[in-house]
Design a protein around this ligand. Sequence first.
Ligand code: ZN
Length: 285
Amino acid sequence: MPDVVAFWRRLGLPGLIDVHTHFMPENVLAKVWAFFEDGRSGAPWPIAYHLPEADRLALLRAFGVRRFTALLYPHKADMAAWLNDWAAEFAARTPDALHSATFFPEPGAAEYVAAALAAGARVFKAHVQVGAYDPRDEQLTAVWGQLAEAGVPVVVHCGSGPHPGRFTGPGPFAEVLARHPRLTAIIAHLGAPEYGEFLDLAVRYPRVHLDTTMTFTDFFSAAAAFPPELVPRLADLGDRILLGTDFPNIPYAYIHQLDALAGLGLGTPWLRAVCHDNAARLLGP
Ligand SMILES: [Zn+2]
């Protein structure tokens, strides 16, 4: 904990903004943790922060994470609206958490997304792999359109790592962007493992951002290492890269993500932008 604080103090920042953290109803989170801890994701994946919600919040605050998301996502129909109700309640009692919401291709999606926006949702999450849906599904057309129009970011897990899905990879989501070029998408995990293709999308669409979640950590690099020759592109897109960590669902200490980013050698201004300033501009301070 003191090392995390020392990290952002050294950069001259007021703290960190983490755009990729998870808070969910306890029974849903228990299932997510069981999936990883039982080894169903493949490699052993112990949850480093398997703690009660109050303790997880206290830790983020002790780390100096000033703003964070509460990303949650459905794996089936008839779940997103209920998750959104929980997320609104969580945001109401957690002022430093950004009000988060989600959706699924199903009848009524446009209506509950409109309701979440009206209720003040500031960030959405779409998990193409866990949801196993096609992001081009016509039931999502009005959803992407509303988010684009509202300028509200959506964290999209659409890369094929750590697990591929039927509709992961840059192809399907590139078509969504072609139809909604003003969508503020935040590509999770820097698009792992299709890093280059997702960086191309950020070049083509100025509203596309990428989060660093788990990338460059020892754990993640063992499976989907970021190609060293692409590192200069992270510098070129330095105003579009955002700190994300996957807290609390990570098999290592929080500081490891920060040290891994610092290890890229892209310098203090880049780290300041990635760990705080870019997200402050996008999501508010
Ligand atoms: Zn995540």
